[in-house]
Design a protein around this ligand. Structure first.
Ligand code: ATP
Ligand code: MG
Length: 424
């Protein structure tokens, strides 16, 4: 037997409706906010992620699925969605079109990580990007979309934390202050932090190592170094969120240390997402598009991990829609009856009803058992007397009552009963 690769998962037919629920909720919410879907390739030139995600990040440093294709080009399975959207925006000169540009994506992403609960090598994201607007209202809109999506899913114990990491100007000063603070502790910090100290000291704030965390706790906070413009921008984001009734706490240790992040950064966390905690993360990245060769275009966005959301949905016992039941099962007693059942099933399907019929030459009893397992609402039985009469015996699987219904009226009958049930 060949097993599934480590860190990947099958979504089996019996559970796929949960994925559909999350995906449909994401689409509906994004579209309510005026975002349209964008689809970009699963793999891109490696260079895109090196430049667009940043080579000081864990993603580029150690997590990418990179390989040479048969033409000796280095390509990489996308580790996230933002870089591909940004590339597409630049490549299609969308900056010259209607702004703001608002797009969402539902994708699989690939990172070579140590698999554990909520951390996979192939995982799925819902993300949104908003390009062209630098004002705080764009940050508020992207956070409101993220919040709305989580609310639509019915999640309750998910907390929003926000922070501002300033702009290039105010961050330069902050980096100096951080370096001064960390220098005397550096020898007792992890190897990653030592490297971050040189390249991007702000990322030391984000370190998950216990020893480093203790040191980091006393580090200077970016919020105390914001320039006037960045402070005003952050205050306006908070005012808009307050006005919209979106609860948050300011957490100065959220940094999302990519070079191109600026000003607002945010995360939605839940204790139910395992050790990982973060179900959705995002922020403003005003220099990303420029980094990819565009003129300067401000940008803000987020990405949510769908596996972690599903974990939280189940941990919170969130009410979920039931799997759509089969409208009708067509049972046939013997070969000629099964043939009639098949033809009737076709009529029902053409009428927009979901139905199945026997494909295994089973007994009627076994067919009932199958229909029950598949959650069929009605079972229409065709036996030899029914065949002669031109009518099926239709059983209501909820209350076991049954009724004779002419073959030519069966589709109409099931549709009518279904309508009655749906309308209570
Ligand atoms: P973490 O700190 O947990 O590694 P991250 O900062 O690397 O997360 P992002 O790049 O911000 O994550 O991705 C956005 C979201 O995608 C995360 O909040 C998480 O829900 C999800 N995610 C990231 N990596 C994985 C993974 N390996 N498996 C499952 N979900 C993931
Ligand atoms: Mg990560």
């Amino acid at each position: 037997m060949i097993n599934i690769p480590k860190g990947t998962k099958d979504v089996l037919p019996a559970e796929v409706y949960l994925w559909h629920h999350v995906e449909n909720t994401a689409r509906a919410c994004a579209e309510r906010y005026g975002f349209r879907e964008i689809r970009t390739p699963v793999f891109e030139h490696t260079e895109l992620f090196a430049r667009g995600v940043g080579d000081t990040t864990d993603i580029v440093g150690k997590e990418m699925y990179t390989f040479l294709d048969k033409g000796n080009r280095s390509v990489t399975l996308r580790p996230e969605g933002t870089a591909g959207v940004a590339r597409s925006f630049v490549e299609h000169s969308l900056g010259g079109g209607v702004l703001p540009f608002k797009a969402y994506y539902l994708i699989s992403a690939f990172r070579y990580e140590r698999p554990q609960a909520g951390r996979l090598r192939e995982f799925h994201q819902f993300g949104a990007e908003l390009y062209g607007a630098e004002g705080a209202v764009a940050d508020a809109e992207i956070i409101a979309l993220a919040d709305g999506f989580l609310r639509d899913l019915g999640l309750k114990n998910v907390a929003l934390q926000i922070n501002s990491i300033g702009c290039k100007t105010c961050r330069a000063q902050y980096h100096q202050a951080l370096k001064e603070y960390f220098r005397p502790h550096l020898s007792s910090m992890c190897a990653d932090c030592k490297a971050r100290f040189e390249k991007n000291p702000m990322r030391m704030i984000d370190c998950k190592e216990e020893g480093c965390k203790a040191i980091t706790a006393g580090a200077p906070r970016m919020l105390d170094y914001l320039c006037g413009d960045c402070r005003a921008h952050f205050n306006e984001v908070k005012t808009l969120l307050d006005g919209a009734g979106i609860h948050y706490t300011v957490n100065p240790s959220i940094v999302r240390g990519l070079d191109y992040y600026s000003r607002t950064v945010f995360e939605f966390t839940s204790a139910a997402a395992g050790a990982q905690g973060t179900v959705l993360g995002g922020g403003r990245y005003d220099s990303l598009l420029e980094q990819l060769g565009s003129k300067s275009v401000p940008a803000v966005g987020f990405a949510a991990g769908l596996e972690r959301l599903l974990m939280v949905l189940s941990a919170e016992n969130t009410a979920l829609p039931d799997e759509a039941a089969l409208d009708c099962y067509l049972a046939g007693m013997d070969a000629p009856c099964r043939e009639k059942a098949f033809l009737l099933a076709q009529e029902l399907r053409r009428a927009g009803l979901s139905c199945e019929t026997d494909l295994m030459a089973r007994s009627v009893k076994a067919q009932f058992k199958y229909a029950d397992k598949r959650g069929a609402r009605f079972v229409a039985v065709v036996g030899s007397s029914e065949l002669e009469e031109g009518a099926a015996e239709v059983k209501d699987m909820k209350n076991s009552s049954s009724e004779r219904v002419k073959f030519c009226e069966l589709a109409q009958y099931i549709a009518k009963r279904k309508g009655e049930i749906e309308n209570g």
